[in-house]
Ligand binder design. Structure first.
Ligand code: UT7
Length: 328
C-alpha cells in the first residue's frame, strides 16, 4: 500500500546581521514609509561576508532532524531548493548531506526560485509514495543579498537571507500528511525576474561583472499580477484535488513576497485573514526559504494542531508556482 508523506520535524536558521529600512534609507532613495506601505517589510536578515548558504541550511536541517527524532544516517533523500548555491559544483544538497552525515541519501538541488521548497516537497512526496524514500529532508536556503544591486531601489529593499528545512517520513496513516501537490512553470515570463550573468551564456568576464549581470533584475509590477493569479489558481487546484474547501483551511502560508500579494491572494480565495500567516515584516522575501521558515515559526507558535488542513502556495522567478495541501 502506498504510504503518505508526513512532515515530522522542521527547523530554521538565518544570519545574525539585520538590514533595516532605516539602513536602506541611507543607501538609496527610499523611505521606511514606502517600503512598509508598498511591501510590508521592516527588516531583513543579511549574511556577512564569509557566510555561505549551506551553513544556514545545515543549521536549519539539524534542528528539523532533532525534532523529527531520527538519526541523520536514516535520511535517504536530501533536496535543497536554492538559487544561491555555495558553488557551481557539487550541489549544495551534497555539501549539506556531508555536513549532516546523511551518507546514504541521494542529494541534489532544485532551482525553482521562490517555489523551490514546494517543488522539493512535491518530489519528496512522490519518492515516498513510490516506496523509494523513507525519510526525506527538504530545505529551502538562500543568500539572496549577494545578488542584490544596492543601487536599485526596486529590488534591494525586498530580499533577505535564511534557510528552513523539513523532514518528511513515510506514514501508513492515509488521512494525514501531504494530500495534494501541484507545480507549474512558464518560461515565457522568464524576464520578469532573472539574473543573466555567471553562466555559460554571458561568462565570467570583468565586463559582465562591471555591467552588473549577476544582479537580480525584476519587473515587479508585472510579476505582482502573475503572482496573485497563479497562487490563487494553484491553491484552488490542490484544494479541489483533495476534495477540500478553502473555508476548511486552518493555516495558509503563502510565499512571503509582498504583504499586498498575500492580502490579494487571501481575498481571492475568500479565506479568513486570521488563518493567513505573514512574517514578511521581519524577514523580507527569502525566496525558497520563506515557506519553510514560516512553517517552522507557525509550529513553534502553536498555530497548527493535529488534523488541521494546511495550505502552502508559492510563485517565483522562472516563472514558477506551486501549491501543497497537507493534513497535519
Ligand atoms: O518572490 C518573487 C519576487 N518578486 C516579487 O514578489 C515582486 C512582486 N512585486 C512587488 O512586490 C512590487 O511590484 C514592488 C514592491 C517590487 C514594487 O511595488 P509597486 O507598487 O509595484 O511599485 P512600482 O514598481 O509600480 O513603482 C511605483 C513607484 C515608482 O515611481 P514613479 O515612477 O511612480 O515615480 C518607482 O520608481 O515607486 C517607486 N519605487 C520606490 N520608491 C521608493 C520603486 N521602488 C521604490 C522604493 N522606494 N524602494
Amino acid at each position: 500500500m502506498a504510504k503518505n508523506a508526513r512532515i515530522i520535524g522542521t527547523g530554521r536558521s538565518y544570519p545574525e546581521g539585520i538590514l533595516t529600512n532605516a539602513d536602506l534609507e541611507r543607501m538609496v532613495e527610499t523611505s521606511d514609509e514606502w517600503i512598509t506601505q508598498r511591501v510590508g517589510i521592516k527588516q531583513r536578515h543579511k549574511a556577512a561576508e564569509g557566510e555561505y548558504t549551506s551553513q544556514f541550511a545545515v543549521a536549519a536541517s539539524r534542528q528539523a532532524i532533532e525534532r523529527a527524532k531520527i538519526d541523520p544516517a536514516e535520511i535517504d533523500l536530501v533536496i535543497c531548493a536554492t538559487v544561491t548555491p555555495d558553488q557551481i559544483l557539487p550541489s549544495t544538497g551534497c555539501l549539506i548531506q556531508t555536513e549532516l552525515g546523511a551518507h546514504k541519501a541521494a542529494a541534489f538541488d532544485v532551482v525553482a526560485a521562490c517555489s523551490g521548497f514546494l517543488y522539493g516537497l512535491t518530489l519528496a512526496n512522490q519518492m515516498i509514495r513510490g516506496g523509494q524514500s523513507r525519510y526525506a529532508l527538504v530545505i529551502g536556503a538562500e543568500i539572496l543579498t549577494r545578488y542584490v544591486d544596492y543601487t536599485d531601489r526596486s529590488t534591494c529593499v525586498i530580499f533577505g537571507d535564511g534557510a528552513g528545512a523539513a523532514v518528511l517520513a513515510a506514514d501508513d496513516d492515509a488521512e494525514r500528511g501531504i494530500l495534494a501537490t501541484r507545480i507549474r512553470s512558464d518560461g515565457r515570463y522568464a524576464e520578469q525576474l532573472f539574473a543573466p550573468g555567471g553562466g555559460t551564456r554571458l561568462g565570467h568576464s570583468a565586463e559582465s561583472l562591471a555591467a552588473g549581470d549577476y544582479y537580480f533584475k525584476m519587473r515587479g509590477n508585472e510579476l505582482f499580477k502573475v503572482a496573485v493569479r497563479s497562487m490563487a489558481e494553484v491553491s484552488r487546484e490542490v484544494l479541489e484535488e483533495a476534495g477540500c474547501r478553502a473555508e476548511d483551511v486552518k493555516l495558509f502560508i503563502p510565499h512571503q513576497a509582498n504583504q499586498r500579494i498575500t492580502d490579494s491572494v487571501a481575498d481571492k480565495l475568500k479565506v479568513d485573514p486570521s488563518i493567513v500567516y505573514s512574517n514578511i515584516a521581519y524577514h523580507g522575501n527569502t525566496s525558497s526559504a520563506s515557506i519553510p521558515i514560516a512553517l517552522d515559526e507557525c509550529i513553534e507558535a502553536g498555530r497548527v494542531a493535529e488534523g488541521d488542513l494546511v495550505l502552502l502556495a508559492s510563485f517565483g522567478g522562472g516563472v514558477t508556482w506551486g501549491g501543497v495541501l497537507l493534513r497535519w
